[in-house]
Each structure stands twice: as C-alpha cells, then as structure tokens.
Design a protein around this ligand. Structure first.
Ligand code: ASC
Length: 150
C-alpha cells in the first residue's frame, strides 16, 4: 500500500510538471514559438504604426483587426521563456532568466499599454491611435534594450 502511494505520488509529480511544459517538446520549440508570436505581433503592430504616423490611410476596420491581434498576442510569448530555453537561435539575453522580476515588469508594461489599444481604436482616428501606439512601441523598445541582443 505504501509503495502504491509512493508510486502514485511520483506519477502525479511527473504529470504536474509535464502539463506545465506540455506545449513545448523541446527548448528549441519554445524559442520558435516565442519568435513566431513576436513576428506576428510586430506585423500587426506595424500596421497600426503606419496608420498612427499617417503613412497609411486611417481605416477603422483595419485598425480594429490589427489591434485585436496585438491584444490577443501580447500576453502569449512569455510562457515560452521557461528555464532552459536560452538555447539555439535566440537573441534573448541572460537577464531574462537572471532578472526575472524586471523581465516580468517589462511584460506587464506591454500588457498594460496594449490594454489601452481598444479604447484608442474605438475613438476612431489616427491621432487617438498615436498615443497608444507610441506607448506600446516604447514598451517594446524598453524590453529590447534590456533583454534582447541587437
Ligand atoms: C515595432 C516592432 C518593434 C517595436 C519597436 C519599438 O513595430 O516591430 O519591435 O515596434 O521597434 O521601438
């Protein structure tokens, strides 16, 4: 009986730790995932930037579509910076893991600024977009300066 309990305890420990990492079979997959998320997010953020800066005509529907994607993605890449994912084709600096509180604050800054995007889009002008886009861009840059190799 005791042996059974020990076995079950060991098994559930394995299952719990597996489920926390289940989305990535290997560290390289996490790197690929986070880079893909950043690429897609930057594409849609870029479209907002074009409109905010008057380099593309303001289109409320296009703004809403791009903002929705940025909003959905802003909280996603961070799950893929787990321990042991400082490998392979990545520009992530060691600070990501060594100064995780500061890295978390940088993530939160992006998420906080992106939360303001919806209201800016609903306001319905390039000008309204400008402030939100500028603040989001600032959070991107701040994090890159501290945590990404150039
Ligand atoms: C972008 C993009 C980034 C940020 C950053 C802001 O459009 O792809 O990484 O803005 O350049 O400074």
């Amino acid at each position: 009986m005791l042996k059974k309990i020990a076995t079950l305890t060991a098994l559930s420990a394995v299952l719990i730790s597996t489920s926390a990492h289940a989305q990535f079979r290997k560290p390289e997959d996490a790197v690929k995932y986070r880079k893909a998320v950043f690429t897609v997010m930057a594409t849609h953020f870029g479209a907002l930037g074009e409109m905010a800066q008057g380099r593309a005509p303001y289109d409320a529907k296009v703004a809403a579509e791009n903002a929705a994607l940025v909003s959905a993605l802003a909280s996603q890449p961070w799950r893929a910076f787990g321990e042991g994912t400082d490998v392979g084709d990545t520009r992530a600096l060691p600070g990501v893991w060594k100064d995780s509180a500061k890295f978390k604050a940088a993530q939160d800054r992006l998420i906080t600024e992106v939360a303001k995007l919806d209201a800016a889009v609903k306001a319905g002008s390039a000008d309204a977009l400008k402030g939100a886009v500028g603040a989001i861009g600032g959070s991107c840059k701040g994090c890159h300066d501290d945590f990404r190799k150039n």
